[in-house]
Design a protein around this ligand. Structure first.
Ligand SMILES: CCCCCCCCCCCCCCC(=O)SCCNC(=O)CCNC(=O)[C@H](O)C(C)(C)COP(=O)(O)OP(=O)(O)OC[C@H]1O[C@@H](n2cnc3c(N)ncnc32)[C@H](O)[C@@H]1OP(=O)(O)O
Ligand code: UBL
Length: 273
């Protein structure tokens, strides 16, 4: 049966979708995003209780509980993850993980590959999202104020010390904001300063472009497959602050190349346009 006008774009309607399958893309998008938010809020509240009972308060150990919960979300949205390179997370000790950031849906991709003892750097506004803010706090997320470079730098310098002392990996989205264009935004340098200050490797993780199944501008949100690749660690031992720009550029080029390859984007279209 051909896809009827107004069904989830990209594939024919299934009989079980019934009326929902015939909704306009805008309504379909709103319903699916609304459901995602409700799912996050409800599951965060339940997970928060579990975290408090099992681990007693704010600790990275709670990420195991959060990860187990969030890994079930993909089934509600017909999303599949094809993951390669997980062995690259097996470095001795702490590391900085950097990845591309496309959407609020990234939390599913994050939890699909998240190694143990790993916290994320997040904007402080996330704290005020009700139960989601609470669970993010309990998971040990490091909050930064993006509007104040000096305060963000201070927090990051503190993280450089504690991540080594406590053997924790730190996950940073170096684009600094969501970007669902199928390309990368220029990278902010915080993650790379952090890696060099702590003298720990940088592990890039790349998610293929969501644009074939998710696009807030065109109200597209259907099922889809996401390819994920964990790339080999980039060592920073012996690097100094003078090397931050080179390290940033190196990670950016490697990740952009990988993003285009995973997304099936032709190599001649690599220039940002
Ligand atoms: C049950 C279900 C619920 C689901 C629960 C799921 C739980 C998981 C939660 C996951 C949360 C994920 C949250 C994601 C986000 O919030 S992304 C947004 C926040 N993150 C970031 O912004 C990180 C990336 N940004 C940076 O690294 C920035 O560099 C930052 C540190 C923030 C500073 O930004 P900005 O002011 O814009 O500065 P620049 O990068 O342009 O840098 C300015 C100059 O400062 C120098 N610099 C930067 N950092 C440092 C540093 N640490 N030490 C020394 N110097 C630093 C930088 O080099 C620039 O100077 P030059 O231009 O090079 O001279
Ligand atoms: C009592 C207050 C109630 C608030 C209700 C909030 C409802 C939202 C509920 C669930 C949404 C799920 C969010 C999961 C966490 C997503 C983290 C994320 O992706 O943050 C975006 C941030 O990286 C970059 O932000 P910007 O792109 O710069 O912007």
């Amino acid at each position: 049966m051909p896809a009827a006008q107004g069904t989830f774009p990209g594939r024919p309607a299934r009989p079980a979708e019934g009326a929902a399958g015939r909704l306009s893309p805008t309504v379909n998008f709103a319903l699916r995003i609304g459901f995602y938010c409700v799912l996050c809020l409800v599951c965060s509240a339940l997970a928060a209780v579990a975290c408090l009972l099992v681990n007693g308060g704010r600790t990275v150990k709670n990420m195991r509980i959060i990860r187990a919960v969030v890994r079930t979300f993909k089934y509600f949205f017909g999303l599949r993850f094809e993951v390669k390179g997980l062995e690259n997370f097996k470095v001795e000790g702490p590391a900085i993980i950097v990845s591309n950031h496309q959407s609020v849906l990234d939390m599913m991709g994050l939890m699909e590959v998240l190694p143990d003892n790993c916290v994320q750097v997040g904007k402080k506004e996330l704290m005020y999202m009700g139960s989601v803010g609470l669970i993010i706090y309990l998971g040990g997320v490091i909050f930064i104020n993006r509007k104040s470079t000096s305060s963000a730098k201070m927090v990051m310098s503190e993280v450089a010390k504690t991540m080594v002392a406590e053997n924790v990996k730190v996950w940073v989205y170096p684009e600094g904001t969501r970007n669902c264009t199928g390309d990368l935004l220029p990278f902010k340098k915080g993650a790379f300063h952090l890696a060099i200050q702590a003298q720990v490797p940088v592990i890039p993780v790349v998610y293929s472009s969501f644009t074939s199944f998710y696009n807030p501008k065109t109200k597209l949100f259907t099922s889809g497959k996401i390819k994920v690749e964990v790339l080999p660690p980039i060592e920073t031992k012996g690097l100094t602050p003078d090397d931050v720009t080179d390290l940033t550029d190196r990670c950016f080029s490697t990740m952009r190349e990988t993003l285009f390859r995973l997304s099936g984007r032709p190599s001649q279209a690599k220039d940002s346009s």
